[in-house]
Design a protein around this ligand. Structure first.
Ligand code: FES
Ligand code: FES
Length: 156
């Protein structure tokens, strides 16, 4: 931490939180190291894998490409904030039922990308699902089970 630390206040998973952060800190670093929220992972730190994905003011954000300071005043949701009162969302339950994750490193990005698709397009084709999750890398599942989980949540 430099002596130029800034006070960062954001609404994190529904609760207003404040921490002193280095102005050069990335959002994923601030979430993990200053706020103790470890769902977002650092896979590549270059924007390619999606493991660090969060929602900021409703937009999907790769938090390894975002300065923490840019989230000043934002409503940030991480994977920890997806379900209400510890309950799984329908999409999380579908991932569980379809064995759509193993190590879970990709899970934040997959869930945010898939939910964003379902919110925009409740009846996605498999091709649309694959396009929607294409910014997220999974080294474990081979992707088919992830597509099945998202299809399970399709309203069609
Ligand atoms: S760690 Fe951010 S996209 Fe890979
Ligand atoms: S479940 Fe391991 S990277 Fe996707």
């Amino acid at each position: 931490m430099t002596d130029r630390a800034i006070e960062l206040t954001l609404t994190l998973n529904g609760t207003e939180r404040t921490a002193d952060v280095d102005p050069r800190m990335l959002l994923v670093e601030a979430l993990r190291e200053s706020f103790g929220v470890t769902g977002p992972k650092v896979g590549c730190a270059t924007g390619d894998c999606g493991a660090c994905t969060v929602s900021a003011d409703g937009a999907i954000v790769k938090s390894c490409l975002t300065l923490a300071a840019a989230a000043q005043g934002a409503h940030v949701t991480t994977i920890e904030g997806l379900g209400a009162d510890g309950a799984l969302t329908d999409l999380q339950q579908a991932f569980w039922d379809e064995y759509a994750f193993q190590c879970g490193f990709c899970l934040s990005g997959m869930l945010f990308a898939a939910q964003d698709l379902l919110d925009r397009n409740p009846h996605p084709t498999d091709a649309e699902i694959r396009t929607a999750i294409s910014g997220n890398l999974c080294r474990c599942t081979g992707y088919d089970n992830i597509v099945s989980a998202v299809r399970r949540c399709s309203a069609g």
